[in-house]
Ligand binder design. Structure first.
Ligand SMILES: Cc1cc2nc3c(=O)[nH]c(=O)nc-3n(C[C@H](O)[C@H](O)[C@H](O)COP(=O)(O)OP(=O)(O)OC[C@H]3O[C@@H](n4cnc5c(N)ncnc54)[C@H](O)[C@@H]3O)c2cc1C
Length: 163
């Protein structure tokens, strides 16, 4: 697997998030000498996905978008609808089944525009791995995991969904 460095920066003021235009357009060089092109719009409006739409959009964007959209399409576009960011708090529940935990998207699913879902899932998995390596009984109560996990997820939630 190739090493990857991702850098995030937040700037300025965005237009109204009403689905009247694309909220994100991204191109990714992926394995197999292909480009993955992703367009996201708020609301129920489906972002531009015909080849003509995407190539038209690319003419208004930096040169890399033109390069990425110049090839022949592979397969059909696939759309995914995301309803809303959702976080479930369970650390303070009075009763919770022994030997059971919630992790990943079951704890928090983020607005995909923030790209935090995988980071959150991996962070949660690493908290669990550390506890298990430290000797926590996997068949016992999971309160410690849930408390640590909720604190870690809360920090990401503030960054990516809680505004
Ligand atoms: C279209 C799309 C694009 C995304 N893009 C990004 C991105 O660019 N960056 C990012 O960070 N995150 C992204 N995410 C979010 C990211 O994929 C999730 O946050 C992450 O995969 C959550 O991991 P998870 O293990 O909780 O759930 P999942 O990865 O969804 O894994 C759950 C697994 O459980 C299986 N399963 C479900 N029900 C059952 C059952 N009853 N029995 C057995 N198995 C079952 C499912 O088949 C699945 O394999 C994207 C999500 C989607 C849908």
């Amino acid at each position: 697997m190739a090493e990857v460095t991702r850098t995030r920066r937040v700037l300025g003021t965005s237009p109204p998030l009403d689905g009247s235009g694309p909220a994100a357009v991204a191109v990714y060089a992926i394995e197999g000498g292909l480009w993955q092109v992703v367009a996201i719009a708020y609301g129920r409006s489906r972002a531009e996905t015909t080849v003509k739409d995407i190539r038209g959009l690319a003419t208004k964007l930096p040169a890399v978008f033109g390069e990425a959209t110049s090839g022949e399409p592979v397969g059909e576009p696939a759309s995914f609808f995301f309803h809303d960011s959702l976080r479930r708090l369970s650390a303070d529940l009075e009763r919770f089944p022994l030997g059971l935990i919630a992790v990943g998207d079951a704890v928090a699913s983020f607005n995909p525009l923030h790209g935090l879902g995988m980071a959150s899932a991996v962070k949660q998995a690493s908290i669990l791995a550390d506890l298990l390596a430290g000797g926590v009984d996997p068949a016992g109560p999971a309160r410690e995991f849930m408390r640590l996990n909720e604190a870690a997820v809360a920090a990401m939630w503030k960054e990516g969904a809680g505004r």
